[in-house]
Design a protein around this ligand. Structure first.
Ligand code: 2PG
Ligand code: MN
Ligand code: MN
Length: 524
């Protein structure tokens, strides 16, 4: 058959809502996106909650679960849900890894490191609380927490709520047999939680803070947060690292013989610090000291590279993916984004696996991201991504192209409305360039998104007269799904991201594999 090329565009963090206030998707000047919506078959699809394998419909979507669903055409129970279940049934505490961590920590320290919030994107504070309680029950005597402050999946200055909650629990549990305290921390966008090797320096800073106990000292976490807030007026995600100390002595460095649990369940921002804890030969930065610890992740974060080696809950085993299917059919595919989302269109897309199925049939291109606050460069690498992608489309070397434009999401997370408008307008300019390239190549285009973000840039007000507060997190809104350049109609139905893969393969003239959720195309 004479197959038309297919170009699938993920506008990261672009949801749809009629709400007006702080809606950068609606208020940006986006004539091309508007024209696509006005003239092409399109619908709104679900990108949050149970439609993407999260515990409930109160859970906003995120890039991991969104790209997993886009890339595999199915709904798998995701980390957030699997960890809940494992804790509820107690299965987590019967795992060999948990037993080893606990046995090893006796006479030493059990450290918990991770994102302290109830955002449920990377972690959940309830998981941490349950494990601390159990550790005490099982006879661990000394626990230290290394807390990464969120402000990105939860309101931007909410850290003290979670700090207070966890410190209340530590106070309740502490007695002559149990000594549990926060030892260090810092904002998630400053230390430890880098992803896709965008900025290893963040991880190095985190290592110094958590492991070596080197950094600015404070008597309490509250004091650290309040001091930094007064000095810097920044959101929690941007607070610098801190070390809790008594008489100049850090409360909880990580030492030989200790156990360490990274309680984040999501992998992208957990892989680099896991490598630092696990790898004997490691050259990303000078660790100064490499403590011999038992280290485990909440989940295994990379199923191909087996990072980390030890983990508490088995991750979803995502199989029968779109990439796997296309390789079997001999279809040539091309994936591109900039560093911040490169792993989204490769690793997340393929079910949290970092390797290709077939070197010859698959091409992955990464445009290096800027290392700056994105409100200062809201255009990000939109132009450069488009340049490369258009070259690839013109080459005719591929049948299926996928691209992620991060602007709606990465700029949306800064909470800066004006910059997010520019981010959206950048994506719109890129769409126009792609539309022209697709026309020349006779390609079909799908335009969609993985979840909302830029669509709500203001927190809900408690009282109408309150001042609007910037909103940095994702949203619960549906996302657009648009098909351009194909003579098709969309069916009516209640669809979500997991219906995209089947629709894409039908557009490529292929059969929908068994086990996938249905295509959205109406039968002719
Ligand atoms: O930045 C991230 O880690 C998350 C938000 O926690 O965003 P996304 O899911 O879009 O990658
Ligand atoms: Mn995303
Ligand atoms: Mn995001």
């Amino acid at each position: 058959m004479n197959r038309k090329p297919l170009v699938l565009v993920v506008m990261d963090g672009v949801g749809l809502t009629d709400k007006d206030n702080g809606n950068a998707v609606k208020h940006a000047y986006t004539p091309n996106l508007d024209a696509l919506m006005a003239t092409c078959p399109n619908t709104k699809i679900k990108a949050h909650g149970t439609a993407v394998g999260l515990p409930s419909d109160a859970d906003m979507g995120n890039s991991e679960v969104g790209h997993n669903a886009l890339g595999c055409g199915q709904i798998y129970s995701q980390g957030a849900k699997l960890v809940n279940e494992s804790i509820e049934t107690g299965a987590i505490y019967t795992s060999d890894t948990w037993k080893e961590l606990i046995a090893n920590a006796k006479g030493h320290t059990l450290h918990f490191l991770g994102l302290l919030s109830d955002g449920n994107v990377h972690s959940h504070i309830k998981h941490l609380e349950a494990m601390i309680r159990e550790a005490k029950k099982e006879g661990v005597e000394r626990v230290r927490l290394h807390v990464l402050l969120d402000g990105r999946d939860v309101p931007e200055t909410s850290a003290l709520i979670y700090v207070e909650e966890i410190e209340n629990l530590l106070a309740e549990l502490s007695d002559s047999t149990f000594d549990a305290k926060i030892a260090s921390g810092g904002g998630r966008m400053v230390i430890t939680m880098d992803r896709y090797e965008a900025n290893w320096n963040m991880v190095e800073k985190g290592w110094h803070i958590h492991v070596l106990g080197e950094g600015r000292q404070f008597a309490s976490t509250k004091e650290a947060i309040e001091t930094y807030r007064n000095e810097l007026h920044c959101s929690d995600q941007d607070l610098p690292g801190f070390v809790i100390a008594e008489n100049g002595q850090p409360l909880g460095t990580i030492e030989d013989g200790d156990s360490v649990i990274l309680f984040n369940f999501r992998g992208d921002r957990a892989i680099e610090i896991s490598k630092a804890f696990e790898m004997a030969n490691f050259d990303a930065f000078d660790r100064v000291r490499f403590p011999k610890v038992v280290y485990a992740g909440m989940l295994q974060y990379d199923g191909d590279l087996h990072i980390p080696e030890k983990f508490l809950v088995t991750p979803p085993h995502i199989t029968n993916t779109l990439s796997e299917y296309l390789v079997k059919k001999g279809i040539r595919s091309y994936a591109i984004s900039e560093t911040q989302k490169f792993g989204h269109v490769t690793y997340f897309w393929n079910g949290n696996r970092s390797e290709k199925f077939d070197e010859k049939l698959e091409t992955w291109v990464e445009i290096p991201s800027d290392v700056v606050p994105f409100e200062q460069r809201p255009w990000m690498k939109g132009a450069e991504i488009s340049d490369e992608l258009i070259k690839a489309i013109e080459s005719g070397d591929y049948d299926f192209y996928r691209v992620n434009y991060p602007n709606g999401d990465m700029v949306g997370h800064t909470g800066n409305y004006e910059a997010t408008i520019i981010g959206m307008e950048t994506v719109d300019l890129c769409l126009k360039r792609l539309m022209d390239a697709c026309d020349k190549a006779g390609a079909i285009m799908i335009v969609t998104a993985d979840h909302g973000n830029a669509d709500e840039m203001e927190e809900k007000k408690k009282n109408p007269e309150d001042k609007a507060k910037p909103k940095t997190s994702h949203t619960l809104n549906p996302v657009p799904f648009i098909i351009r350049g194909a003579d098709i109609e969309l069916k009516d139905g209640d669809f979500g991201l997991s219906n995209v893969a089947a629709t894409a393969v039908e557009l490529m003239g292929l059969e929908v594999p068994e086990g996938w959720n249905e295509s959205m195309l109406a039968k002719k």
